[in-house]
Design a protein around this ligand. Sequence first.
Ligand code: AGP
Length: 617
Amino acid sequence: MCGIVGYIGKRQAYPVLIKGLHRLEYRGYDSAGVALINPAGNLNVYKSQGKVSDLEDTAQHQDLTGSIGIAHTRWATHGEPNFRNAHPHLSQFGRLAIVHNGIIENYAPLREMLRQNGRTFKSDTDTEVVVQLIEYLQEKQQLSFQQSVQQTLQMLQGSYAIAVLDKNQPDTIVAARKGSPLVVGVGDDELFLGSDASPIVEYTNRVIYLDDEDMVVLHRGTGANTSEVSIDLMTVSGDRKQPRIEQVSLDVSQLEKGGYDHFMLKEICEQPQSLRSCLQSARRTLAGEEAGGIFTLLESSQRVLITACGTSWHAGIVAKYALEQMVRVPVDVDYASEFRYRNPVITRGDTVIAISQSGETADTLAAIEMAKNQGAKVLSICNVIGSSIPRASDKVIYTMVGPEIGVASTKAFTAQVSVLTMLALLWGKRKGTLSGARCEDLLKEMDTLPEKIQQVLNQQPAIRRMAETLSFASSCLYIGRSYNYPVALEGALKLKEISYIHAEGYPAAEMKHGPIALISQEMPVVTIATASDIYDKLVSNVQEIRARQGRVMAVVTEGDTEVVRMADCYVEVPRVSECLSPILNIVPLQLLSYYVACLKGCNVDQPRNLAKSVTVE
Ligand code: AGP
């Protein structure tokens, strides 16, 4: 999931492009590159393996002039993360440069056809095939820049967001999307491109979200009219479209670390505030005009199918517990990547709830497209306004926690679980499967969660000490029961993602069916043991581990007396109702993984091999 930036206007493009790449680096950091057309009409391309800062080092003594350019930060799919495969890629005769986010599935036969027509390739990427094909069609069929891009796109299978420069057209950028996100920024006599709005909001909050199979030609006047810019929007098949300019309410300060060492720590510590804005916004949505449509959609459901990936999938499992308990509706939870290919039985009575922080995860997007084609209705829970998944859904509830930049998702998880729990409470009350009084009590208790999270954040020193022992482990188990089984899964994922320690989450009672064989002095077991209807059962599970000299690190409710006696170390969290406890209990686990990663000197915000939003299969 690469990041794309583009600029055409009156400013020097390079500084705009580099700043934009820094904003998008959470999407991929294997290599970076930029292409500029300078005032003399030369097409200059600079690229490097590694981070955007490596590119800046590479390019610093080069000719960086020009007020038109495109840039890229890469997450490798086709071809290793190295200089040769870094974008932008040039066409055979160096006339065209391209940056691309996505996967071209039919690149091999196209490459073979081009080879047989005398083209040679410098990289292993699918992307180079696209720019070679554009140039080939230009020459072979005497096509214009725009026509050759259009015709090329009609021959591609797979997903793409692309931006292309032609040095013979030094006042034009052609861009297009299918499956991968692309946004146009509309400034005063200047235009921007971004994989999302973050590279653009510093300059303008007026944007155009491109739809699938949209192509856009960004053009700047020549001579006396250089200050005039224009946008031609059309479909890849050539039908003209009227651009729809929207306002984004994103502030640049939200894209900064705000004095924290890492975005992840900032986002963990923001949760009291992010959860407040999430709860307020969810209450407005679920009590306001939108509510009717959302509950009508849900109340027509015979069954709820939740689909998502990664952390969002874990939020989906918590939602299953809440919805089945409070609404008494059957709920299935599926990894989107499995759901879309296992030919699931979907009927008109099914409602799909799609959960996604970024709103761009390819598997989740494809899963809801498939479900819609089979007659299901789709409600999405999403954090990025204007992203693809909400735009493909019948209804959406935004989590409103602001941009999440750390690759390891944190504040989005507590918000997703909160929105889904509030949905279950209100739906249960409407359906009569949950008493009005119980619903109101729990809604009131939800409003105390931001303050309770702050109390947990105040225990960072204790959690850091816990991390000191865990940082030496090569493997770790997380256990929990009921609502906290998915919290164990999420805690394990956080540790894996950023500290590279192998970790697995398990339902505590499942231990004796196998994993308990792993228990020894070397295997720490992080136990979520807060107050619940089955606390006693959990205590027995901890005793089973202690009986085998396992090391126990526990999250317990303030005033716990039993588990704390068996734990090597523990952190206390304020008492809350069990169905709300996942929102609180995950916070010490987020901090634990954060401190372990810091102690191990890992790159917390940009963990190896990962990217923030997975826009390819
Ligand atoms: C979580 O920390 C990861 N970044 C990853 O598992 C993520 O949750 C997954 O890719 C789903 O992303 P989404 O919520 O943006 O769809």
